[in-house]
Write a protein that binds this ligand. Structure first.
Ligand code: ADP
Ligand code: MG
Length: 476
């Protein structure tokens, strides 16, 4: 084979090798620094693929593969990339023996279909808490994992879950709140920090819009002042009459704030308008666009204000149906890493709860059965199918390598256990291998199916490409 012709396949294999070191519970971090000096430190395959520069349009296929795995299955990106790299590497070996890529593609397609059938045959009903823990497994420390897993376990509606991040805090103080949570502040320390009852959300200025006034003589200044006072008073009188206990508004106005405090109304200033709808939903009201529409827009609920460490910054909690997961962390990097794994799990929870056994056990089982299947096919395709099985083995192999184990020895032992019918044996970071089901290591079958299927598709696309040529620049 010519050196140049299959160089793009070699390049692709090298690119996929990037993420190998991050797989599993003992995965290492990678630091990616872009040209502007912006740093990302992570051991999440999807994040690596998103941030790393491929330098080649063909390699962008792996970036797309990671993205689609993340969106469709919520987890398993590193797995998908590693398998696609192993498939390509094995294809190269066959090509070197004179087997044409078309044959390899055919064999890989057959093996892929078989793998999906095998997964469907093996899958079982899984327990939610275990799925959550396995998915968080490789990203955060055991203590934090336990705490976050418990919070996620309690979430009722993943489609509507809101995520809020708080830096400079202890991850173990992360909480799940039934309602909506956002940043906001009160101007006045004398203000109540909690209240229950009628809630009003203003979507107009409490400061009178002074541009409307044409101040051409001094007496108008007095007039304007009076108009401002009267505007404030009218709002507060109306709120008082309607027995409003808590008011949200979007402009700072100290005089208005004092008036609210005198009237025992909790006033909360929002930094942006983006939370208005969320609050209205939580309290079952509407935002009032004018003084007149206040009457018909009132809602009811429970509001709490927790003062922040920095001045005039705090968190507002509004009770309601929507759940908010507040994740806390010491630095924005740790917080981002926790957030990413939480998103992984949220993505997973949208899958059905059908699972397979993790820690490489399922991969060993798939590979074993695909080898049996290969014998029924024969011909050169059989060789390709066997190479497919071998590529699936790369997952337990890399898991064992990353745990610092003698990977080949561990893999051989696990395989012989599976031959004896102990199909739940997988990689164990402490003792080499053990029953992965006993350790609660389960993963949604959807993750594995998607990972293998898309790895095979990307690999076959690359195998179908004979050569890469750089196109001439288009003239407009
Ligand atoms: P991915 O992006 O593919 O999800 P991860 O780094 O999250 O990559 O690693 C997932 C793999 O690690 C899965 O095969 C899973 O079964 C395995 N795994 C997770 N926790 C453990 C553990 N404690 N021991 C062995 N394997 C584990
Ligand atoms: Mg994962």
């Amino acid at each position: 084979m010519t050196e140049d012709k299959y160089n793009h396949i070699r390049q692709a294999v090298e690119f996929t090798n990037l993420v190998k070191c991050t797989l599993g519970p003992r995965g290492m971090n990678l630091m990616i620094v872009n040209e502007q000096g912006h740093k990302v430190m992570t051991n999440d395959g999807a994040t690596i693929m998103k941030n790393v520069k491929s330098g080649h349009p063909m390699l962008d296929m792996f970036k797309d593969l990671a993205k689609s795995q993340e969106i469709a299955a919520g987890d398993g990106t590193t797995t998908a990339i590693i398998i696609s790299g192993a498939l390509l590497n094995n294809a190269l070996q066959l090509i070197e023996k004179g087997i044409h890529p078309t044959i390899i593609i055919k064999g890989y397609d057959l093996a892929n279909q078989e793998a999906i059938k095998i997964l469907d045959g093996i899958k079982e009903k899984g327990e939610k808490d275990k799925i959550i823990k396995t998915a968080l497994g490789s990203k955060v420390s055991p203590e934090i994992k336990g705490h976050i897993a418990n919070l996620i376990f309690k979430v009722e509606d993943f489609d509507n879950l809101k995520l809020v991040k708080l830096v400079n805090e202890n991850p173990l103080d992360s909480e799940l709140y039934k309602g909506t949570v956002f940043e906001g502040f009160t101007l006045n320390d004398r203000m109540e920090s909690e209240c229950e009852g009628k809630v009003c959300v203003l979507d107009f200025e409490t400061n009178l819009e002074t541009e409307k006034f044409n101040i051409d003589d001094p007496s108008k200044i007095v007039q304007l002042e009076n108009a401002k006072i009267s505007h404030r008073k009218k709002i507060v009188e109306k709120l008082k009459k309607l027995d409003v206990k808590c008011l949200f508004y979007t402009d700072t106005n100290p005089a208005f704030e004092s008036l609210l405090t005198e009237n025992k109304i909790m006033g909360i200033v929002l930094h942006t308008r983006e939370n208005l709808d969320d609050i209205c939903n939580a309290v079952g009201g509407k935002s009032a666009g004018s003084l007149e529409s206040i009457d018909s827009s009132i809602g009811e609920g429970k509001v709490k204000y927790v003062k922040g460490r920095e001045e005039r910054k705090g968190m507002i909690y509004v009770e309601g149906d929507r759940e908010t997961l507040i994740i806390k962390g010491p630095t924005s990097q740790t917080l981002d890493e926790i957030e990413r794994s939480v998103y992984d799990v949220i993505g997973l929870m949208k899958n059905s709860l059908e699972v397979v056994i993790g820690a490489g056990a399922i991969e060993i089982e798939i590979s074993k059965r695909i080898l049996e299947y290969a014998k029924t096919i024969g011909g050169k395709e059989q060789l390709a199918i066997e190479k497919f099985a071998d590529a699936i083995d790369s997952i337990p192999l890399v898991l064992a390598q990353n745990c610092g184990l003698d990977a080949i020895e561990v893999l051989t032992k696990i395989k012989s256990e599976h031959e004896k019918g102990f199909t739940l044996i997988g990689v164990d970071e402490d003792v080499g291998y053990s029953d992965a089901k006993d350790r609660g290591l389960i993963e949604p079958v959807a993750v594995k199916k998607h990972a293998i299927n898309s790895a095979c598709n990307v690999c076959n696309l690359i195998l179908k490409t004979d050569k890469l040529l750089i196109g001439e620049e288009k003239k407009e």
